[in-house]
Write a new protein. Structure first.
Lengths: 396, 396
């Protein structure tokens, strides 16, 4: 018996557990403190009424002989939802067949499981700073990882370096953690690079619903040639508050082939062997997101979070602090005031302002000296937190 | 870019698609025929009222500011459900910590994803006939597969052969497709073999709720030493009709170590990297299965299916046809009447009796000459199907 020895090489991510411990220790010592959390990227607004109604109705259906649903007819997901998603793309001029869309329990599962399709002997190119699961999933398979630097100089939107070869490329736009969003030219450069290197681009579009600037692409398939090199992973988590409801989708174009194998067929084979579909009630809940009423309700929540982000950006503008994000994204990525390193600023913000954020260093070496705030708290708490932030920053 | 070339070696499983095509062709040519389906292992009875109420209530909760739930606090699942499952085991004398139980979207996902923990350079031992996904998931990773023969001679319950080495061992009891159930001695032999070979036993307990004979183990952990070699995968699919609702659990004991690595910790690391938890509403639905009312309602459905199985077994007894299963299992595995091969019998049963079953050959070479029927249709259709079966069998 040989275990997968690559697991010995995975670094334990202590980021959120360390944050949790620091916050617990502080609140235990200061039980009167009103701590405001702008740390974790989790939504807080309730599910929209249309979504709740659809989910509750579907649950009732399953309790009747006529309305009962057993196994999902295809592991790819019910056609009604795949058609609704294809229609969502069609509204911005992207034509997809429902056969190119795979419903899943969320972007994190798909981003990990998609790696099954590729040999361990490939090089993954990952931006730094980054969502840590991209790295861990590759290390678990023993794949080589190279990094590209996201820095102030490139606005945290790195472009390809022809001198570096990669087989798998991760792009997340709007980005977690930096909130930076690629324009069409930037994404075109990545697509062209992927095509030249025979690479596959894994495009994480989980935050696309936050884009309001119509000139910014919300899907990689708005870029020429992407259907021959890119897989897009998207999610209802941030778009419709589904972080605890779990639904996402992945697009694997029919035109995507490598070494004579069709990746759409390979992914279908992977999912039909190791997945059994997304729950019927969740399909119906997700379908309701695309009704006129459901979509309007979801966009109201997004507008609410974006107004929070504007409040946060306003404070940073007044203070003259460099940041990315906050406009087409629920995240703000800022340079720590006073030239502090990111953990020192974390401690000061917690202890002196009773506000919790995320130290940039936890997302990679290039995150040192930076800090992430999220727009997912209430309006009142966000405004209060930023007043405290401002007082602290002016004192540094 | 190298794709995972092992995908070239996966045989396409045409079993259920071939069956579908044959049935479609027959019904198109005979639109008046009243075809009864005893083929696919999918439940048909509605979800129990307690489960529906819990799921609908949880959906409503998510629509309120106070009741909203975001990310599942741990990818391992909510503690309330892990405690309910630990209690379910405790009722039959198996002590598990909730930390040993991982909630998932179903047994098929876990049975596939668990293989991430093991090197490709291992040998998997798989019974023939078998649920095809066990084989495919190993071929996808390039792992060696050896088979052990389940035959009439061993009652379709093969025992270990000391001359054969294996690193991963698959046991499904009650078995799909044969319905055969291991006694304590048989499972003890497998556990002892696994311990001697330093192997890990993957125990598929998806049908345990159908066991009525109190002398038969319903969990591998009823067998001595299993906590040092076995992972158990179980499901709400057949126990509570969750085939379209998607929930299961996997037990990875704290005591299970290989090559100095703790497999419970490894599985936690895998799930926290490539999974984001099971939906909150599904957790609440599953929790309701273990309430007094919910459990009684689920057991009523199982009793209904088992009464169907008794009707089927009664017909076979009258005809003197060899079979396994049907008592502690929803499946009956029978020798094809008239000495027919399994596809010929499939065609005759479809065309002459308008009944659909599954040819044993589709589950492996040892399935040739055998046939699977399932107990998941209605009482009336099951009784009618078996009358037609009897007329056909007497004519062969």
């Amino acid at each position: 018996m040989r275990i997968n020895a690559n697991y010995r090489n995975i670094k334990d991510s202590y980021l959120f557990s360390t944050i949790g411990q620091k916050v617990s220790a502080y609140t235990a010592a200061h039980p009167e403190a009103d701590v405001i959390r702008l740390g974790i990227g989790d939504v807080t607004r309730p599910l929209s009424p249309a979504v709740v109604d659809a989910m509750a109705k579907a649950a009732r259906e399953l309790g009747t002989a006529e309305g009962f649903h057993g196994y999902i007819p295809s592991e790819q997901g019910y056609l009604f939802l795949r058609e609704a998603i294809a229609d969502y793309y069609a509204r911005r001029g992207v034509t997809l067949s429902p056969d190119e869309i795979f419903i899943s329990d969320g972007a994190k599962s798909d981003l990990g499981n998609l790696l099954d399709l590729f040999d361990a002997d490939n090089t993954a190119l990952i931006p730094d700073p980054v969502y840590p699961a991209y790295v861990d999933a590759n290390v678990m398979a023993g794949r080589r990882v190279v990094y590209c630097d996201a820095t102030v100089e490139n606005g945290f939107l790195p472009l390809p370096d022809e001198g570096v070869h990669a087989d798998l490329i991760y792009i997340c736009s709007p980005n977690n953690p930096t909130g930076a969003v690629y324009g069409r030219e930037g994404l075109q450069k990545w697509v062209d690079y992927a095509l030249r290197h025979d690479a596959v681009l894994l495009f994480d579009a989980a935050y696309e619903a936050f884009i309001e600037d119509p000139s910014l692409p919300r899907s990689i398939y708005e870029v020429e040639g992407a259907e021959r090199c890119a897989i897009e992973v998207c999610s209802f988590s941030k778009m419709a508050g589904f972080t605890g409801t779990r639904c996402g989708w992945t697009v694997v174009p029919e035109a995507l082939e490598r070494e004579g194998m069709n990746l759409n067929r390979m992914w279908m084979r992977r999912q039909s062997t190791k997945y059994n579909g997304t729950p019927y009630v969740i399909h119906r809940a997700a379908e309701a997101v695309f009704t006129e009423e459901g979509y309007r309700q979801c966009m109201e929540s997004i507008a609410y979070y974006k107004q929070n982000a504007r409040i946060m950006a306003g404070t940073l503008d007044q203070l003259g602090i460099f940041y990315t994000g906050g406009v087409n994204s629920p995240y703000i990525w800022l340079r720590c005031p006073g030239g502090l390193d990111s953990w020192t600023f974390f401690d000061r913000l917690l202890e002196q302002a009773n506000v919790v954020g995320t130290p940039g260093e936890g997302f990679g070496a290039n995150g040192e000296g930076f800090f992430r705030l999220t727009a997912f708290n209430t309006r009142e708490k966000t405004a209060e937190a930023m007043q405290r932030f401002e007082r602290l920053a002016r004192s540094l």
